[in-house]
Design a protein around this ligand. Structure first.
Ligand code: HEC
Ligand code: HEC
Ligand code: HEC
Ligand code: HEC
Length: 129
């Protein structure tokens, strides 16, 4: 018993810290800017994107509007992939005609703003100093 108690405490602590990590990953409200590491050194200031506030204001209730799925060069607009970073499927320098990471963001963000006639279209409105 003397030996198992510290082990039990250790196990409990491990579980608590694992849960905290999961929570941190799930907390998309923590996103205020986008700067995926895959770009390396950014040439522009990171784009402003306050995830939860943005989606509330823009009335985007369906996560799949942005978090789509797909494979083998085909988009699947009904498969929701929330929590999966875009770079998992959109490489900075993909082979062939696949949508690259920068274009994936730009096309998704700007196309919708243009279609709705709301939201920023100019470089400096997203890439704010
Ligand atoms: C307007 C587009 C948009 C909508 C709508 C949207 N998201 Fe996101 N979400 C993003 C972008 C962009 C990222 C950052 C992805 C990346 O890192 O490449 C992201 C990241 C996330 C992350 C990862 C958080 C992190 O800290 O890395 C989670 C979880 C997430 N979203 C959940 C959701 C859920 C749940 C919904 C629906 C209630 C939703 N999203 C709706 C665009 C959107
Ligand atoms: C599970 C894989 C996967 C994830 C995650 C993913 N995509 Fe895609 N996406 C695809 C595939 C496959 C295509 C079609 C082939 C292509 O254009 O590269 C595509 C196409 C696109 C296109 C062009 C076609 C269109 O109709 O819009 C844009 C823009 C895009 N994705 C943006 C994003 C953004 C932004 C994210 C992150 C919020 C994201 N994608 C996350 C797989 C994915
Ligand atoms: C499906 C539609 C849609 C997509 C995708 C989208 N937006 Fe928006 N965005 C809007 C709308 C609508 C508004 C205007 C909201 C309002 O003020 O009424 C907006 C407003 C904004 C604003 C102004 C400030 C704010 O938070 O309201 C910023 C910055 C912004 N978007 C950045 C982005 C970025 C970066 C992306 C891509 C990661 C993105 N948006 C993707 C619809 C969209
Ligand atoms: C609706 C918002 C939005 C607008 C408008 C926009 N961008 Fe972006 N841009 C993004 C997002 C989101 C990313 C990916 C995250 C990041 O790099 O901040 C990105 C990435 C980039 C990158 C690659 C990363 C880097 O910094 O090297 C460049 C370059 C870039 N944008 C240039 C521009 C230029 C030039 C314009 C105007 C012609 C522009 N963007 C307009 C949202 C936007």
């Amino acid at each position: 018993m003397k030996r198992t108690l510290p082990l039990l405490i250790l196990a409990a602590l491990t579980i608590v810290s694992a849960l905290a990590t999961v929570q941190a990953v799930m907390a998309q409200d923590a996103i205020t800017k986008l700067a995926p590491e895959a770009f390396g050194t950014l040439t522009r200031p990171p784009a402003v994107f306050v995830h939860d506030k943005h989606n509330e204001k823009a009335k985007l209730e369906e996560c799949v509007v942005c978090h789509h799925g797909g494979s083998d060069g085909k988009i699947d607009k009904s498969a929701s992939t929330e929590g999966t970073p875009c770079v998992e499927c959109h490489k900075v320098k993909p082979a062939g005609k696949a949508t690259n990471l920068k274009r994936a963001y730009h096309k998704q963000c700007i196309d919708c703003h243009r279609a709705k006639g709301k939201g920023p279209l100019a470089c400096g409105q997203c890439h704010k100093r």
